[in-house]
Design a protein around this ligand. Structure first.
Ligand code: NAD
Ligand code: MG
Length: 404
């Protein structure tokens, strides 16, 4: 029986994940169609995407973006409905016309849309890891309550999902670790500064930090990969996705980025998923699930690889990884603080306002403040966003102080 056509809402369609998603979609007109696309700044790209994929709806942030969209729209083509503002992202994710939502906005800004998709019982393809870091328990509960389907797109979590027992309910937010599983082994490339002398890190530039050895990604996640805060976010993400306690998640440095992650079983078996470092593989997995569909990714020639290396991470080199593990131990409030402080600090670094080594220092200060003020565990989206906004103000003042 042919699979039903998925009608997709792609939140963040102009980003790295969004563009890769549309690349896969274009290969499968028989089973994938675009209903809605959203963008925040690259509005001309959004217009080109919407025209090429015959999107019915686009979401832009404000009036100025709406005017840019109209100016860029090709004459003679039927105009899509233009929705506007942050609330439209959540409303469209929950739109009855939509069957699957790709959550690919970067940062905590992606949380309301991803959560709305879960609450509406959609198939959620989750690239936006910050949603789980900031609101893991809320998000997973929403998936369970609404009977949504949650498919991890982050390559490590997608690899783990593929290596877990093939139970029928594994996309339904399990509340217990899968039976027979001892540990999850999350691989990390170590980023561009894996071998840089420690005393040189103070002087590295945004361009160096964004030059990832294996993956082409947006600038924020590229800096997170350099600091390994990204792997910290991914440990928290794995904790929520697979109901796995922190002590049963191990980070392993694997510079080649060929083994995307592994599941270790109680009988001593380790299952791994291997592939090219190309996000179209996990994206195609999510779009086709449970079928396997063509992603456009080339073959992995094992005989040309030569070797695969593995080593433990050095927490002195990567203080952001240590801070993330501490935040998960402290609880949900600390994880929100970690994420928000990092978003502000990374933006400060990318715009030349602070040095690379000040990213971890600013996060540590914000986490210290949150411990002193006894941060609570937020129980609603509003409380999560309040604490997120509070931390952003604090981190912004620390960035300004770092300037002086
Ligand atoms: P990107 O910066 O390339 O794209 C971000 C997208 O989000 C853009 O479409 C942008 O318009 C939109 N956006 C940015 N700020 C917004 C806001 N305030 N409101 C609404 N929309 C906004 O980022 P990316 O690399 O595609 O990453 C997207 C998400 O996927 C991130 O959460 C990242 O951690 C995750 N992810 C990315 C990769 C990768 O290979 N790029 C891999 C794994 C996970
Ligand atoms: Mg990843």
């Amino acid at each position: 029986m042919p699979a039903a056509v998925q009608r997709l809402c792609i939140l963040g369609s102009t980003g790295s994940i969004g563009v890769s998603t549309l690349d896969v979609v274009a290969r499968h007109p028989d089973r994938l169609s675009v209903y809605a696309l959203s963008a925040h700044s690259r509005i001309e790209s959004l217009a080109a995407q919407a025209a090429a994929h015959a999107a019915r709806v686009v979401i832009v942030p404000d009036d100025a973006a709406r005017r840019r969209f109209l100016a860029a729209w090709p004459a003679g083509r039927a105009l899509p409905e233009i929705r506007q503002g942050a609330q439209a992202l959540a409303d469209t994710a929950a739109d009855p016309e939509v069957t699957a939502v790709m959550a690919a906005i970067v940062g905590a800004a992606g949380l309301p849309g991803a959560l709305a998709a879960a609450r509406a019982g959609k198939r959620v393809l989750l690239a936006n890891k910050e949603a789980l870091v900031a609101a893991g328990s809320l998000f997973m509960q929403a998936v369970r309550d609404a009977g949504a389907e949650l498919l991890p797109i982050d390559s490590e979590h997608n690899a783990i999902f593929q290596c877990l027992p093939q139970s029928a309910d594994r996309a339904r937010a399990p509340a217990q670790p899968a039976p027979g599983v001892r540990r999850l082994l999350l691989t990390a490339s170590g980023g561009p500064f894996r071998c840089t002398a420690l005393d040189e890190l103070e002087h590295v530039t945004p361009e160096q930090a964004c030059a990832h050895p294996n993956w082409r990604m947006g600038r924020k996640i590229s800096v997170d990969s350099a600091t390994m805060l990204n792997k910290g976010l991914e440990v928290i993400e794995a904790h929520w996705l697979f109901a796995m306690p922190l002590e049963r998640i191990q980070v392993v440095i694997h510079p080649q980025s060929v083994v995307h992650s592994m599941v270790e079983y109680t009988d001593g078996s380790i299952l791994a998923q291997l592939g090219q470092p190309d996000m179209r593989t996990p994206i195609a997995f999510g779009l086709g699930y449970p079928d396997r569909i063509d992603s456009g990714v080339g073959l992995l020639e094992l005989t040309r690889l030569g070797r695969l290396d593995f080593e433990p991470p050095d927490l002195r080199r990567f203080p952001c990884l240590r801070l993330s593990l501490d935040a998960l131990k402290q609880g949900q409030g600390a994880c929100i603080t970690l994420n928000a402080a990092n978003e502000v600090a990374v933006d400060g670094f990318l715009h030349g306002r602070i040095r690379y080594t000040q990213i971890s220092a600013i996060i540590e200060r914000c986490l210290g403040d949150s411990v002193r003020s006894g941060v609570y565990a937020p129980a609603s989206l509003e409380e999560v966003l309040d604490l997120d906004a509070h931390t952003r103000r604090l981190a912004t003042s620390y960035c300004q102080a770092a300037l002086g």
